[in-house]
Design a protein around this ligand. Structure first.
Ligand code: THG
Length: 816
């Protein structure tokens, strides 16, 4: 609409005077004939849906022209123009029904970035806009070009208010705009954006505007992989050039959208800035006969801030940082009451840096107004329960459904004698009652319920809580068994209240270990102090386990006696008594950098850096892998070990000899999209560059389009793709598929923990036109690179790999 209006070279008179020049929305009043004509041209071109000329018809935008109070009327009349044109073509034609979308732009402010207006002010403006659009007769409402999910939520709130006012509901669709840097202006990526909106039953979720379609590839694929409902892609005709022109031809835009549709990603295709009627004609033609996308049936527990977090088996337990709690930390309380918010935020960042995925933010200070500081993404509300009967459910649950939030539900009810469930049976009973109410009466999806079976202090001597830690573990198991789609959470540190300081983290750790074994999904802990179960001496484990299961005469006294008057145990000191190589391995195993640099310097006195990596450091990583596979480590701990390894490798790297600069070839390396793991890849980088290769390392979470851009820029001889997670293997398939579409044929080496030669041959190689080989480890990667750089050997390798693929395919076919 914007570009079409601009092309008509309208003057001040058309806009109703100098004061209004540039206010496109005012043309609905002053030149309805022009707007009608634009609509007509798009319907002639084959559009099923036209958008009203109301992108900026909210009071906050119209106020720039002193037209704020006309917002409702402008929206109403804009729909009437579009409606009339649609009726010329016949809105109810059975072979092509046509629709009017009431367009609602993002306004000129973003609540989370620019500020300058509140959620409630924006919701009030959207209320007026939506009401005008509904009164005019729109078929549905479209919140589009969204840059900030908080604005979208204000939009949805305004729309709900308009529905309530007018006593009628229309379908609502939402489209975000992902900038060239890969996120919305306010920072969320495609996954977080979808997660924040997944609670609404939307007509569709999609992306529009921004870049041309090519740059949207990865975002549309991501959205398509996640979305339960429909997906739309409505791109610009390319990125505007320095003169503001959009240069992608109708053929180009249509071809890319057709490719998306062929991949099964689309329910709705369209054009935004710079797409004229001819673009729409070619898109409409291109989409004819293509099958619409089928929604994703998968059920997941997912939440989001700027980034999305999925609570599932892969990352269990999700770590919830406990320090951002005014009731659980005196320091945090002081910072908040002093309004030292930046330092308070740093408390959260430290929890995150030490492995927390989620923060337990509690600002319940009676002297302050808590609501001031709450932001609305898809958060987790901690917590509700049945202590006062259904009252809390009644007030909180509708809010959670309206704005999008998961719910922690404590196992507490209105029992007059003991409201908090201590026994396993009561925990299960309350969870089941809450579950029934929440799913049946309030319509909460099961995956958004997180039960807290409750943790009580096990070591205060309070007779009510003797054996309660074991009841928590057993109650957890019963709840997981009875309600497998719901999730569980525990405030781990509660268990050790009242015990000697030196023993608290030990006991927390042993308790967390047993809860994790029992199936715990989320753990509220101090991620900075987490002790590894495997590093706890046998005797201290036994003392802790006696306390959990109430074994022996007086397990509290035994535990307290052992830890009283002791400083917290120092693993650093214990390590220092070991021989050098064991110390190095231990640093990796325990995920500690303390003393590591010093020990590496010692080791370098009689060994080459690469031997230290391949020796004690890799031995440490192997042990970490073993412990992880034996369920003795949680993901957060593995990440700490990875950090220590990274630290060691970067400490050694400057001391490594480089082979002659005469380059043996150029290698482009990246950890694929969705994955942050890069120890393996960084090792490959070091080994290759020490063997004469020039390596360009694109880093972590590299999306296919960035790899394609990297290939175009660096023209590599070999591309190396790395990734640790199971989903990274799939991302490698997507990446080479995009390479093929972009005509890239460089040999690709793939490696990573979840990858296998079989997957590489059967799933990745067939999607690519160049050579693809699996490198089991860094040294194999080097050997393969050397083979690839020799023309004859490379040909033999390609032939061998092709045979392997065929054999595997034949074997698979035979089996099925
Ligand atoms: N379930 C759920 N949420 C919870 C809990 C729970 N949130 C709060 C709490 N329990 C978990 N968080 C903490 C935070 C701090 C401590 C314990 C649990 C703690 N603090 C020290 C103390 O009080 O002695 C340190 C105080 C300080 O540093 O000033 O132990 O069970 N759903």
């Amino acid at each position: 609409m914007g570009t079409q209006i601009q092309e008509r070279d309208l003057g001040p008179d058309d806009f109703g005077g100098d004061d209004y020049e540039g206010c496109n929305e005012y043309l609905n009043i002053t030149r309805p004939d022009v707007i009608a004509d634009i609509h007509r041209r798009y319907l002639e071109a084959g559009a099923d849906i036209i958008e009203t000329n109301t992108f900026g018809a909210t009071s906050v935008v119209l106020a720039e022209y002193d037209l704020a109070e006309h917002a409702r009327r402008i929206n109403r009349e804009a729909v009437q123009i579009a409606r009339a044109v649609v009726e010329e073509f016949g809105s109810a034609q059975p072979e092509q029904p046509r629709f009017v979308a009431g367009a609602m732009g993002p306004t000129t402010r973003t609540i989370s970035v620019t500020g300058g207006l509140t959620f409630d002010e924006l919701a009030a403006d959207y209320h007026q806009q939506a009401a005008g659009l509904i009164e005019g007769g729109a078929d549905f409402l479209l919140l589009e070009t969204s840059q900030d999910t908080t604005n979208v939520k204000a939009g949805l709130e305004g729309i709900d208010r308009a529905f309530a006012e007018l006593g009628l509901e229309l379908p609502v669709a939402v489209q975000g705009t992902i900038e060239p840097m890969g996120t919305l202006l306010a920072g969320q990526d495609a996954e977080a954006f979808y997660t924040s909106l997944a609670h609404r039953d939307l007509l569709w979720v999609g992306f529009n505007c921004a870049t041309g379609p090519e740059f949207m590839t990865d975002h549309v694929r991501t959205l398509s992989g996640l979305s339960r409902g429909n997906v739309a892609c409505v791109p610009n005709a390319g990125l505007p050039d320095e003169d503001g022109n959009y240069n992608e031809t109708p053929e180009m835009v249509a071809a890319t959208l057709m490719r998306f549709a062929d991949n099964g990603w689309l329910n709705v295709a369209g054009g935004c800035c710079g797409t004229g009627p001819e673009h729409i004609r070619q898109i409409a033609e291109g989409m004819r006969g293509k099958s619409p996308r089928i929604g994703n049936p998968e059920i997941e527990t997912r939440v989001s801030g700027i980034e999305a977090v999925v609570v599932n088996e892969d990352t269990r337990p999700t770590i919830v940082g406990e320090r951002t709690n005014v009731l659980g930390s005196r320091r945090f309380k002081r910072l908040i009451s002093g309004e030292r918010f930046e330092e308070a935020a740093e408390v959260g960042r430290r929890q995150i840096r030490n492995g927390a995925h989620v923060l337990d933010v509690c600002l319940q200070d009676p002297d302050r107004d808590e609501t001031e500081d709450v932001i609305r993404e898809k958060s987790i509300i901690n917590s509700i329960n049945l202590e006062d009967g259904e009252e809390r459910f009644q007030t909180v649950v509708p809010l959670a459904r309206r704005y999008g939030a998961a719910l922690v539900v404590g196992c507490i009810d209105d029992d007059p004698n003991q409201a908090q469930a201590v026994t396993r049976e009561r925990k299960l009973e309350i969870a089941q009652r809450s579950h029934r109410l929440l799913t049946e009466k309030y319509g909460v999806p099961e995956e958004d319920i997180i039960f807290d079976p409750l943790v009580f202090p096990a070591g205060t001597g309070d007779v009510n809580y003797v054996g309660s830690a074991a009841e928590t573990i057993e109650g957890l198991k019963l709840i997981k068994e009875a309600l497998p789609v719901t999730k569980t959470i525990l405030g781990i540190s509660n268990v050790s209240f009242g015990l000697p300081a030196a023993g608290r983290e030990v006991f927390n750790s042993v308790f967390l270990y047993h809860c994790t074994q029992a199936g715990l999904d989320m753990a509220i802990v101090n991620s900075e102090l987490l002790q590894r179960y495997t590093t706890i001496p046998e005797e201290e484990r036994r003392l802790s386990e006696d306390l959990i299961w109430n074994r022996g005469d007086d397990p509290v006294a035994a535990f307290a006696a052992h830890f009283r008057d002791r400083a917290p145990r120092s693993t650093v000191e214990e390590r220092s008594a070991l021989p050098l190589d064991e110390r190095l391995s231990k640093c990796i195993i325990e995920g500690s950098k303390e003393g590591l640099a010093n020990d590496l310097d010692l080791a370098m006195k009689d060994r080459e850096p690469l031997d230290i990596i391949n020796g004690p450091l890799m031995a440490g990583m192997d042990e970490v892998g073993r412990q992880f596979n034996a369920n003795e480590l949680i993901v957060a701990e593995v990440l700490q070990s990875a950090e220590a390894m990274k630290f060691a490798v970067s400490h050694l790297e400057p001391h490594m000899e480089r082979a002659d600069a005469a380059s043996r070839g150029r290698v482009l390396l990246a950890t694929v999209k969705g994955d942050v793991h890069d120890i393996g890849k960084n090792l490959v980088e070091i080994i290759l560059s020490n063997n004469g290769y020039r390596v360009v390392n694109l880093g972590i979470k590299v999306a296919p389009q960035d790899l394609i851009a990297g290939c175009r820029e660096h023209n590599p001889d070999i591309v190396g793709l790395s990734g640790l997670l199971v989903k990274s293997a799939q991302m490698m398939v997507e990446t080479v598929r995009d390479f093929r579409a972009a005509n890239i044929r460089a040999p690709v080496l793939v490696g990573g923990a979840a990858l296998s030669n079989r997957f590489t041959r059967l799933r990745i190689a067939p999607e690519y036109d160049g050579l693809v080989a699996y490198a089991q480890d860094a040294m194999t990667g080097l050997a393969l690179a050397n083979v690839i750089q020799d023309a004859d050997e490379r040909e033999r390798l390609a032939a061998r790999l092709a045979i392997e693929t065929e054999e595997l395919q034949a074997a698979t076919a035979a089996r099925s």
